[in-house]
Design a protein around this ligand. Structure first.
Ligand SMILES: Cc1cc2nc3c(=O)[nH]c(=O)nc-3n(C[C@H](O)[C@H](O)[C@H](O)COP(=O)(O)OP(=O)(O)OC[C@H]3O[C@@H](n4cnc5c(N)ncnc54)[C@H](O)[C@@H]3O)c2cc1C
Length: 410
């Protein structure tokens, strides 16, 4: 069996994997890097299926990894997209309480945003109506984040891949890992021009998104964790509907769960999307119907959900009541109507777009993990829980991963 060597092996060609390759080359231009992805093209999972919102850094408690990287990451990715002349819609974001009792959360989010270095302002009803004439603020106040913008995620990924190829990064797509031997720093590859080849590496980064826990477990790590898939279904606003949105409109989220709630997002192409939901999926790649259903995973997931419900960890029952059933159109509509009261069922057009969040669940504590989590193994770093805002923060997150890894240089 012949062997190939790379200084760096990156498993997963999503935004996190590509940003890692980019930042590694910024620090060590001569490195040989191979990006391995099981799909024949990049962007088939979260990084190509998200809302494309570059979050400004308002939500995250100061001190968390998310807070550390979101503000910088958003600025850097936006500047990179602009330099590459990729579409960037500089539309800002309004966060409005959908019930009067949520008003107090605005002050908390304002404080968090300011502590994180994001530009964010409290606005009154008059300014809210000027920015979102068709929207509702239940308390008369809202938050305005002028720095939030929207990009086209697939275009960003494709351009980044192109730039990395130009700098010598090898993309080994449609390739699966048959065997890992961490102590020997080798991977045996399957299904590619390198089939049956052994890849030896100097250092490995696991950025496999929805499968990152399983890959980490093959390295003897993260045994107490599992990724739970939460599906994000979108709808499109009928272009003939009598509404006009020039900015993002988000609800005040339930800060106990890591989902931001269904929102209204304008795209650089002029369309308006509504969503995404955060409903349990019955497989990590269960995008539609029975496609990708994993029966054993589904049974375990139901058990994990039941346990969360029973213990009401992190106010889980509120999530179950308010978000888990948004796959049903009338309940989805009700959630959007809390933000846009005049919206009717006939204004919603089914959307092709659907994404699945790779949400980490810690079985030991019985909680959904809110922050990014990095685990260090033998000559390897494993990125678990690369949920939102990992796309936004990708360049800064990659720097943080490199700083915290045991990799220095080869
Ligand atoms: C519905 C939805 C909306 C979102 N909205 C936003 C948003 O507006 N803004 C934002 O910042 N974030 C958003 N996010 C989060 C964001 O999409 C993710 O944080 C980010 O894309 C994660 O990137 P990743 O590279 O870790 O994962 P992925 O993009 O999933 O990439 C992982 C890659 O690993 C590959 N892979 C998996 N297993 C293996 C294996 N064993 N061997 C080789 N390759 C493998 C996969 O094929 C995939 O290409 C959203 C997510 C969802 C689901």
């Amino acid at each position: 069996m012949s062997s190939v060597h790379a200084d760096i092996a990156i498993l997963g060609g999503g935004m996190v994997g590509l940003a890692l390759a980019h930042q590694l080359l910024e620090r060590h231009p001569g490195l040989s890097i191979v990006v391995i992805d099981k799909e024949p093209e990049i962007g088939r999972h979260s990084s190509g299926r998200n809302s494309g919102v570059l979050h400004a850094g308002v939500y995250y408690p100061p001190g968390t990894l998310k807070a550390q990287v979101c503000v910088q990451g958003a600025r850097r990715l936006r500047a990179w997209c602009e330099a590459e002349r990729l579409p960037v819609l500089a539309c800002g974001k309004v966060i409005a309480p959908q019930a009067p009792e949520l008003d107090g959360q605005l002050d908390l989010l304002l404080k968090r945003g300011q502590a994180n270095g994001a530009e964010v302002h409290l606005i009154d009803r008059a300014e809210f109506q000027r920015r979102v004439p068709d929207g509702l603020t239940a308390s008369g106040r809202a938050l305005w984040s002028p720095g939030t913008c929207v990009v086209k995620p697939k275009l960003v990924l494709q351009r980044l891949q192109q730039r990395l190829r130009e700098r010598g990064v090898v993309f080994q797509l449609g390739t699966r890992i048959a065997r890992v031997q961490p102590e020997a720093r080798t991977l045996t590859l399957q299904n590619s021009s390198w089939a049956g080849h052994v890849l030896t590496y100097g250092y490995l980064f696991n950025a496999t998104g929805l499968h990152a826990d399983r890959v980490a477990q093959a390295f003897g790590l993260a045994q107490q964790c599992t990724l739970l898939p939460f599906k994000g279904v979108y709808w499109q606003l009928d272009p003939c509907a009598p509404f006009h949105f020039t900015t993002n409109l988000y609800p005040v989220p339930d800060l106990n769960v890591p989902f931001l709630g269904v929102h209204v997002t304008p795209s650089p192409d002029g369309s308006i999307s509504l969503g995404p939901t955060a409903i349990p999926a019955w497989g990590r790649e269960n995008y539609r119907g029975l496609e990708g259903v994993e029966p054993w995973m589904a049974v375990q997931f139901l058990g994990d959900l039941a346990s969360q419900w029973w213990r009401n960890a992190g106010g889980f029952r509120r999530y179950a009541r308010e978000q888990a059933l948004h796959g049903l159109k009338p309940l989805f509509l009700k959630a959007v109507q809390a933000l846009v009261p005049e919206l009717r069922s006939e204004h919603l057009i089914p959307s092709e777009k659907v994404g699945i969040r790779a949400q980490l669940y810690d079985r030991r504590s019985g909680t959904l993990v809110q922050d990014f989590r990095l685990e260090q193994g033998e000559a390897s770093t494993h990125v678990l829980n690369a949920i939102s805002p990992a796309f936004t923060a990708s360049f800064a997150l990659a720097d943080l991963i490199l700083d915290q890894s045991t990799f220095t240089s080869i």
